[in-house]
Design a protein around this ligand. Structure first.
Ligand code: FES
Length: 346
């Protein structure tokens, strides 16, 4: 492992791996530097310009794009920095929908945090605002909403789609003040190649991408997604005995915190009133409720009517490894056949 770099940030000596940005070195050492477009999972692009710092011997520098250097001396606060950050923040806020009360991201919004930390001049913003500039709310996706009126063009969703999901279904479109995030042909998101993994939704720092009908859980339980054999780690959120949310466990060994549409949005079946909770047996062409004892006796009786290659088993990735082991053992040792298959994605 290469030697750590030693630098000074706000009169504190800190160490960081070579290649670490000044922003990350500061944040990792508990020194706050305002930032918006930078995300620890993604490539830095330096577009919001609020993470400016002063580095001795240089002009004010965008800290997310500047790698640490041995002996560097960094200052994260000064009057000049405050002034420049304020102007840069005002440009981001300029055409942002101000109706925070009715935003699903209210109180969790990074733009609100920055506005509190840096401050803005509302009179100046109102003078520059274009009152006619607005975008239609994209409600096409059944699981999340896209509101470009709340977007700050940080590009986190674009980079997430490309770098985390490898999908590239969204990108910057149009020019100047009309720049927006769009899909090919400027259609609705449902008409794109979006797989609704929701990775962009969880990383959006403002209210531009928000889950539909989000309910905050009162507690979360760590478990493994039940949908397929990938074994992604999930935190299932609940209120009482009802599941209301699901999110990836950060840095989980098999999934690294990512989820697909099923693990993130597909847990409604658990509390669905349509879910079968009792075995059903077909009698005179009708499915009727039965006890477990009755159902299992019938299955055992029917299994006795087949042997060898007359029999086949389809196992499921929704079962545990142990369940699947028992299923194959039963098929081979009890039923006497190797006719067993497995659907890895269901
Ligand atoms: Fe550095 Fe946006 S966080 S430019």
């Amino acid at each position: 492992m290469s030697e750590l770099v030693t630098l000074t940030i706000d009169n504190r000596e800190v160490k960081a791996a070579p290649g670490t940005s000044v922003l990350r070195a500061a944040l990792d050492n508990g020194i706050y530097v305002p930032h918006l477009c930078d995300h620890k999972d993604l490539t830095s692009v330096g577009v919001c310009r609020v993470c400016l710092v002063e580095i001795e011997g240089r002009r004010p520098t965008v800290s997310c794009m500047t790698p640490v250097e041995e002996g560097m001396v960094v200052h994260t606060a000064s009057e000049d920095l405050d002034k420049t950050r304020k102007i840069n923040l005002e440009l981001l806020v300029l055409n942002h929908d101000y109706d925070c009360q009715n935003c699903a991201q209210n109180s969790k919004c990074q733009l609100q945090d920055l506005t509190r930390y840096i401050g803005i001049d509302e009179e100046r913003i109102n003078a520059m605002r274009d009152p006619d500039l607005s975008w239609d709310l994209d409600q096409s996706n059944p699981y999340y909403l896209r509101d470009m009126n709340r977007c700050v063009r940080c590009g986190i969703c674009v980079r997430t789609c490309e770098e985390v999901q490898g999908d590239e279904c969204i990108d910057f479109a149009f020019r100047g003040i009309e720049t927006t995030i769009s899909v090919l042909g400027d259609k609705e998101i449902l008409d794109s190649t979006c797989t609704t993994c929701g990775e962009c939704v969880v990383r959006c720092p403002v209210g531009a991408l928000v889950p539909r009908n989000a309910i905050e859980p009162t507690y979360e339980v760590e478990t493994v997604c039940p949908f397929c054999g990938c074994g992604c780690g999930i935190l299932v959120g609940a209120r009482g005995d009802k599941i209301v949310s699901s999110r990836g466990i950060p840095d989980y060994p098999s999934s690294g915190g990512s989820l697909c549409v099923k693990g993130r949005y597909g847990l409604g079946f658990v509390n669905s009133p349509e879910r079968l909770t009792t075995p059903l047996i077909r009698k005179d062409g009708e499915l009727v409720e039965a006890s477990w004892e009755e159902a299992l006796s019938l299955v055992a009786e029917k299994l006795g009517q087949y042997k060898g290659d007359q029999f086949a088993t389809i196992a499921s990735a929704k079962c545990t490894v142990e369940d699947n082991y028992v299923i194959q053992k039963f098929t081979r040792a009890v039923m006497g056949t190797n006719n067993i298959d497995h659907c890895a994605r269901l």
